[in-house]
Design a protein around this ligand. Structure first.
Ligand SMILES: C[S@@+](CC[C@H](N)C(=O)[O-])C[C@H]1O[C@@H](n2cnc3c(N)ncnc32)[C@H](O)[C@@H]1O
Length: 382
């Protein structure tokens, strides 16, 4: 299956194979430490012998006080079983065929007696049967009956899931009422399936957002930007808009965003189609504006639900009617935009936010509509 050419092409097209670095896992997980005690962690898109999520949790099993760690890998993962080979551990010839495995860890100790705990101890604990490593019946798809049964017995799901299935992935975690910490793309913030969960404070962003580098498989093609090969020939890609999505509480979510700007109607333009002002940078949110503000999606990194409320997004038109001044962009505005040399494809009725900037019609990229719950009194305006 994994060697199949057309499957390989589909995988490239979907770009699901981005492997997370151990340091990125470590940096994020330290913000959730208190949540792991006595919990079962499930990494459900993770080859136990390749994934740095599995590695992080198995090597920190005792420190975090985990009850159990489960990892399952998908049959078509191109790196499945290619490094510290499973058949070295379990002695099964058939594992050469890229079969999906389930690893269940309930104890971690210095099995080799060399004075520390490392992946060799983990391998020995599988060999001795103290921990379980066995083939799955199916293909390891997170939606398969056996992976869903494992999901039901777990408390917290932690992984970097396939980007192309992100919507479905989060829907399943929600449906099974699981806690989670997963990597995603900032573009997912305004997906129509994801945005309402953020708006309603059911999920939020984790600690780190922005740039992240991932190892990619050999068959990924070279690119002009954000791509390199290291001295070992390992291919890398980086993305500038990565973030963590979670529903576990973290300190950052309770930090107030310090606001230093004051509202000025000449600076903060009013949209033509929303009863809201435009704010171009999160740092420019005026401290004294009580109405609705349209802010870039990077606002979500700083969002504190005690300070702001989220009302909608212009990206897909999920905005209560009371904040719309027209049902969408007017024909007149779209015409003005193209007359002024505007690019892209916008039509009358689109939910994109628009402003007249010095008399010129301009489209404003993806906005989240928010309101400050405790605006300062505007002494200047008085
Ligand atoms: C973005 S990669 C991340 C891999 C690993 N979690 C990590 O962070 O290094 C997503 C992984 O999910 C696997 N995958 C794709 N579709 C899947 C599915 N339906 N069920 C489970 N895993 C899947 C891919 O093969 C890929 O290895």
């Amino acid at each position: 299956m994994a060697g199949n050419k057309s499957l390989g092409a589909a995988r490239v097209a979907k770009e699901d194979e981005f492997y997370t670095q151990l340091t990125d896992v470590e940096k994020e997980m330290r913000h959730y430490r208190k949540h792991f005690k006595n919990k079962t962690v499930f990494c459900n898109c993770d080859d136990p012998f390749e994934s740095n999520f599995f590695k992080y949790f198995v090597l920190n099993f005792n420190r975090l006080g985990l009850r159990k760690l489960i990892a399952t890998c998908y049959v078509s993962s191109p790196i499945a079983n290619t490094q510290l080979s499973l058949f070295d551990v379990i002695g099964a010839e058939e594992s050469k065929q890229n079969k999906p495995y389930k690893a269940v860890v309930t104890k971690v100790y210095d099995k080799t007696g060399d004075g520390g705990i490392d992946m060799f101890d983990v391998a020995e604990l599988f060999k001795s049967g103290e921990n379980q490593l066995c083939e799955l019946d199916g293909d390891g798809d997170f939606r398969s009956y056996e992976c869903l049964a494992l999901l039901d017995e777990s408390d917290i799901v932690v992984t970097n899931p396939p980007f192309s299935l992100f919507r479905e992935y989060i829907a399943i975690l929600q449906e099974h009422r699981k806690s989670f910490i997963v990597i995603g793309n900032q573009n997912a913030i305004t997906y129509k399936e994801i945005f309402p969960l953020l708006r309603d404070n059911e999920i939020w962003l984790g600690d780190k957002s922005g740039d992240m580098a991932f190892m990619v498989p050999e068959y990924y093609e070279a690119r002009e930007t954000r791509y390199w090969e290291d001295e070992n020939g390992q291919k890398w890609r980086s993305l500038g808009n990565i973030c963590w999505f979670t529903n576990l509480d973290i300190k950052k979510r309770h930090e107030e965003l310090i606001l230093v700007k004051r509202y000025d109607p000449d600076v903060y333009l009013h949209y033509v189609n929303y009863d809201a002002i435009n704010v171009d940078k999160v740092a420019d949110i005026p401290c004294d504006y009580a109405g609705v503000m349209g802010v870039p999606i990077t606002f979500m990194e700083k969002y504190n639900p005690d300070q702001f409320e989220i009302l909608g997004t212009s990206d897909n038109g999920i905005v209560p009617d009371e904040y719309k001044t027209t049902p969408g962009l007017s024909k007149e505005f779209v015409d003005d935009y193209y007359k002024a040399g505007g690019k892209g494809s916008y039509k009358e009725g689109n939910p994109t936010a628009g402003v007249y900037k010095n008399g010129i019609a301009s489209m404003v990229y993806k906005r989240i509509f928010i309101r400050n719950k405790h605006p300062e009194v505007n002494l200047i305006a008085k």
